[in-house]
Design a protein around this ligand. Structure first.
Ligand SMILES: [Zn+2]
Length: 453
């Protein structure tokens, strides 16, 4: 539009109108385009960003062109586009060269290669029977008996045999961004119990890392396992809280929000969402409030295995917030009327179990991605207590009650500013007097100068 001069004719209003026509036109193929409240906002923000970054991008591009003596290779094009965000059209205009024919093909190929890079598998578990994950049937099960299938040497810990594989386990292994459970294991024939300090899934098998080696032949021996319930409850609350925060983001910001990643530890949880700009304080507050209202509604959370095609038909691709799930079966987690996702973590049965969500901070971590940090359940109580402690200490130190903290702080700050202006003025006056004194005293400067100080 810039090149053809149409922008001058249409302006932003006309530009948005074009999208309206597109929506109407495409409705013939894809069906009616639903109300999309963030649509115009996204277009405007992207337009401003494009307009403002134009000048800066050109500077970066000029530098690269100079380094390459006027000729860009395919890598340079890709770096300019992906690292500096310069559109191919603009590069072409500045370099005065056509867009390379294989440019978009090469970008797609590279993206595919990155996506396909898999992590190194350290242990072969293909010959073992799939671990029966008891937490899917009953996530409240905190104690169970099982049989040892094998004990592997830990290649990351000088080959000590401390990786225990069981026929069944309720220990949740680190996956889907949720940290593993800890547990205590009593092994048949060994007096002192072991601790499970890590659990990972390799293939279809869960590897339980023990706190010390399990020497000897233990294949076929029975074990009794007790899961640390406090840790599990906290992780479960952070996980369930993530579904709630995600639903709140969509409610407050709009349906363009998709999950881009998440992590849940016992300390804190974070969720990355697709969003076109940093969140304002008002938006943060609205998301936190929406989340706590969902908790207060005491909504039931249903978990069930569903046929993939059937689940997609019922809930759409919106299910795949945590990425596409392999296989024909999906574990569908449905918070009634709030959020439905394919997810394999441990969840509460009712939103009330999350207790409270406290949003800590948000951060724009890259173009189009915003990260939200929050705590729930007992950690929310810790954080809120910590904030209250600061308030109480301020009240004690300043001798005021809570309502007077802000006016007192403002008064202190203003007085400090006034005082520093006065001090500066006085310093100047002293200096002026000293200079005057020195001039009047004629030659005998040293004595008088010291005296005046
Ligand atoms: Zn989940």
């Amino acid at each position: 539009m810039k090149r053809t001069g149409w922008w001058e004719i249409f302006g932003m209003e006309g530009f948005l109108k074009i999208f309206e026509y597109h929506k109407k036109d495409l409705a013939g193929i894809y069906g009616e385009f639903p109300e999309y409240k963030s649509f115009d906002g996204i277009i405007k923000v992207e337009f401003d960003r494009w307009k403002n970054s134009d000048e800066e991008s050109v500077k970066k591009l000029d530098k690269i062109i100079k380094q390459r003596k006027g000729k860009l290779n395919l890598d340079d094009w890709i770096v300019c586009m992906q690292s500096h965000g310069i559109p191919a059209d603009l590069i072409s205009e500045i370099v005065k060269a056509p867009i390379p024919q294989n440019l978009y093909y090469e970008i797609a190929m590279r993206q595919e290669r990155t996506a396909k890079a898999t992590e190194t598998i350290l242990y072969n578990t293909t010959h073992l029977k799939e671990t029966d994950n008891l937490f899917y049937k009953d996530h409240t099960l905190m104690e169970f008996d099982a049989t040892i299938l094998d004990v592997y040497k830990n290649v990351l810990q000088k080959d000590i045999p401390n990786l225990m594989i069981l026929d069944q386990s309720a220990v949740y292994p680190t996956s889907g961004g949720q940290q593993h459970d800890n547990a205590t294991v009593t092994v048949e024939g060994v007096d002192e119990p072991f601790k499970v300090i890590d659990a990972v899934k390799v293939g279809k098998v869960v590897l339980h890392t023990l706190d010390r080696p399990l020497e000897g032949d233990f294949k076929g021996k029975r074990v009794n396992v007790t899961i640390d319930p406090i840790r599990r409850k906290q992780l479960q609350a952070h996980h369930t809280g993530t579904h709630i925060i995600f639903a709140s983001c969509r409610k407050v910001l709009g349906p363009h929000v998709w999950q881009n990643g998440a992590k849940k530890t016992t300390e804190v949880a974070h969720l990355d969402i697709t969003h076109y700009q940093s969140l304002s304080k008002e938006e943060e507050r609205a998301i936190e409030n929406a989340a706590n209202r969902i908790i207060n509604q005491c909504t039931d959370i249903h978990k069930s295995f569903m046929d993939k095609a059937e689940a997609e038909k019922e809930y759409g691709f919106h299910l795949y917030q945590g990425g596409v799930v392999p296989g024909n079966q999906l574990r569908v987690v449905n918070i009634e009327g709030v959020d439905t996702e394919a997810c394999c973590g441990t969840h509460a049965d009712n939103t009330a179990e999350v207790g409270w969500i406290k949003l800590i901070k948000t951060q724009r971590i890259s173009d189009g991605i915003v990260r939200l940090y929050y705590v729930a359940f007992e950690r929310a109580i810790d954080v809120m207590n910590g904030e209250m402690d600061i308030m109480n200490q301020l009240c004690d130190t300043w001798g005021v009650d809570q309502t007077q903290i802000l006016p007192t702080a403002i008064r202190f700050f203003n007085e400090y500013k006034k005082l520093s202006t006065v001090t500066k003025k006085q310093d100047q006056q002293i200096l002026n007097l000293q200079v005057k004194y020195v001039i009047n005293a004629g030659g005998d400067t040293k004595f008088h100068f010291v005296k005046s100080e």
